[in-house]
Design a protein around this ligand. Structure first.
Ligand SMILES: NC(=O)c1ccc[n+]([C@@H]2O[C@H](COP(=O)([O-])OP(=O)(O)OC[C@H]3O[C@@H](n4cnc5c(N)ncnc54)[C@H](O)[C@@H]3O)[C@@H](O)[C@H]2O)c1
Length: 369
């Protein structure tokens, strides 16, 4: 198969769809990989490494998109729609629900659009979302520790304390992938960590995983208000799949927090779980409400593109290899997890949640493939 790896054009996107290691494995398996010039540069993966791995470096996006399958990171932006054509296989994050124009363009040109965010593994989990939550969870503590310094408007606190001075309090709301990874980092820095979740079985698991070193707390507004008041760093990591995040830390709770405390609302990409949070960007990441520093960047992994690209492609690559080996149509027939990833097929919308969000017709891909 001929695969194409374009340079991402979406604002601030610095990841890339296939690494030099992926190229090497694909080329060894007999495939051809076209990589657009500088596609990996922002992830610290220069053209020379791709070339050494066997890629053909091409100068233009046009040349890359002529491939049979294009592997990207972000959903195509409008300037990329012109590359769509019948039968093209596009494997990337698509997030189609709010993107009617992109959906129309994929359907009109009969592109086979396979979305990372809806591919499922055998356990029914979403394996291509997990790595980015791992990155954002771990980064949330690193960023929070930085914003607690005086220079960044924080209360001038070292999370780990020092002998004779107690550590800081980190309160993490949501004990899923983001929350667990944040807890690991915060414990590593020596902070006192409280994990809040609605799911008592999850709290039991967390108590076991951390061997009692984190405090677990059932999620209700009484507990959250008290935990927020004591927190030096408050991290939001709740998710209700398919829904906007609930605002579980209210404006009043924020007004009672310590001055110079820091909020990192990782759930901001789903609207945020903290009432005073609004989306920010890497160029202007923080603002202050009631003396509390807020960091609410919607695409945190883009701050660490080298790690994020490696983490993402570790998860996506086995699927890329399978799609290349047997072809998209056979892979969709053979593998229910890949079939779940198909959002558009031969001019038909094939993902129910996207159809519901856009109020339009859909058909399961099994009826078409
Ligand atoms: N900002 C970014 O760059 C970025 C990157 C990756 C993920 N995210 C977002 O982070 C959020 C968390 O992702 P995840 O992968 O950890 O999800 P997850 O499903 O693994 O975990 C979510 C947890 O929230 C808990 N929860 C739900 N309602 C709750 C409530 N009312 N109180 C307390 N806990 C509650 C659930 O029980 C679950 O344990 C998502 O919104 C995700 O989109 C953001």
């Amino acid at each position: 198969m001929i695969l194409g790896v374009p340079k991402e054009v979406k604002d601030h996107e610095s990841r890339v769809g296939i690494t030099p290691a992926g190229v090497k494995a694909l080329v060894e398996a007999g495939h051809t990989v076209l990589v657009e010039q500088n596609a990996g540069a922002l992830s610290a993966m220069p053209d020379e490494e791709y070339e050494a791995a066997g890629a053909k470096i091409v100068a233009t996006a046009d040349a890359v998109w002529r491939a049979e399958m294009v592997v990207k990171v972000k959903e195509p932006v409008e300037s990329e729609y012109k590359h769509f054509r019948e039968g093209l296989v596009l494997f990337t994050y698509l997030h189609l629900a709010p993107l009617t124009d992109l959906t129309n363009a994929l359907l009109k040109k009969k592109v086979i659009g396979i979305a990372y965010e809806t591919v499922r593994d055998r356990a029914g989990a979403l394996p291509l979302l997990t790595p980015m939550s791992e990155v954002a969870g771990r980064l949330s503590v690193q960023v929070g520790a930085e914003y607690l310094t005086k220079e960044h408007g924080g209360r001038g606190l070292l999370l780990g304390g020092v002998p004779g001075v107690p550590p800081g309090n980190v309160c993490i709301i949501g004990g899923g992938v983001v929350g667990t990874n944040a807890a690991k980092m915060a414990l590593g820095l020596g902070a006192k960590v409280t994990l809040v979740d609605l799911n008592l079985n999850r709290l039991r698991e967390l108590d076991d995983i951390f061997n009692g070193r984190v405090f677990t707390l059932a999620s209700n507004s009484y507990n959250i208000e008290r935990a927020a008041r004591e927190a030096d760093l408050l991290i939001g990591g709740v998710l209700i799949p398919g829904a906007a995040a609930p605002k579980i830390v209210t404006k009043t709770m924020v007004s009672k927090m310590k001055k110079g405390a820091v909020i990192v609302d990782v759930a901001i990409d789903q609207g945020g779980c903290i009432e005073t949070a609004h989306p920010t960007t890497h160029s202007n990441p923080s603002y202050i409400v009631d003396g509390v520093v807020h960091y609410c960047v919607t695409n945190m992994p883009a701050a660490v593109p080298n790690t994020s690209t490696l983490a993402l492609t570790n998860a996506t690559f086995p699927y890329v290899m399978k799609l290349a080996k047997v072809g998209a149509k056979s892979a969709i027939k053979d593998d229910n997890g890949i079939a779940e990833g198909v959002n558009t097929y031969d001019g038909v919308l094939t993902y129910e949640a996207v159809a519901a969000a856009q109020k339009r017709e859909w058909k399961p891909v099994a009826e078409l493939a």
